[in-house]
Design a protein around this ligand. Sequence first.
Ligand code: G3P
Length: 217
Amino acid sequence: MKFFIDTANLDQIKEAQDLGVLDGVTTNPSLMAKEGITGAENILKHYVDICEAVSGDVSAEVISVDFEGMVKEGEQLAALHPQIVVKIPMIKDGIKALKYFSDRNIKTNCTLIFSAGQALLAAKAGATYVSPFIGRLDDVSTDGLALISEIREIYDNYAFETEILAASIRHTMHIIDCAKIGADVMTGPLNAMMGLLNHPLTDIGLKKFLEDYKKGN
Ligand code: G3P
């Protein structure tokens, strides 16, 4: 399972990278705004800074909602750095844009996936990744993890190469559950990732080992 961090915060990206288990980064316009990164030029520069801080894929989202606009923006984003993955919304023109980029071997991430049908369509259009938003489904009393299972089954039935990128991860158990189902990638906040480290018996056990070592020395 690949681990992506879902943030535009460079300090957190570097902290995850330092841990040695980071495979990539996802961003979106809201995450950029949260870090105070505004204006086209600053946003493009920030994508390059992120790419230089990590070694894997970095999703950069288009703002256009028409085919021509998405193609123009996506090409500009892809030209920024070889690690850029063009993030395209799940809309009709987005499907056309996914196919356009797929035909040109430019990686894409189809975002705002909330149904198995949308994921099927994105895979047919050649998306590199699909991003089902599990936390947002949970927020509206719908089972986000069930959607990951449905997409896994469909993709396995036809050996689609599109990777399931479980997004809108809110906590550590989301990561574990997605791993059990077989999501190819999870993108989440740093604290959800770090939560995987924790177990009280580990802390108790380590304390005892260190105390016992001291007794013998
Ligand atoms: O990757 C998508 C993600 O950023 C959405 O997360 O927590 O805003 O639903 P959230």
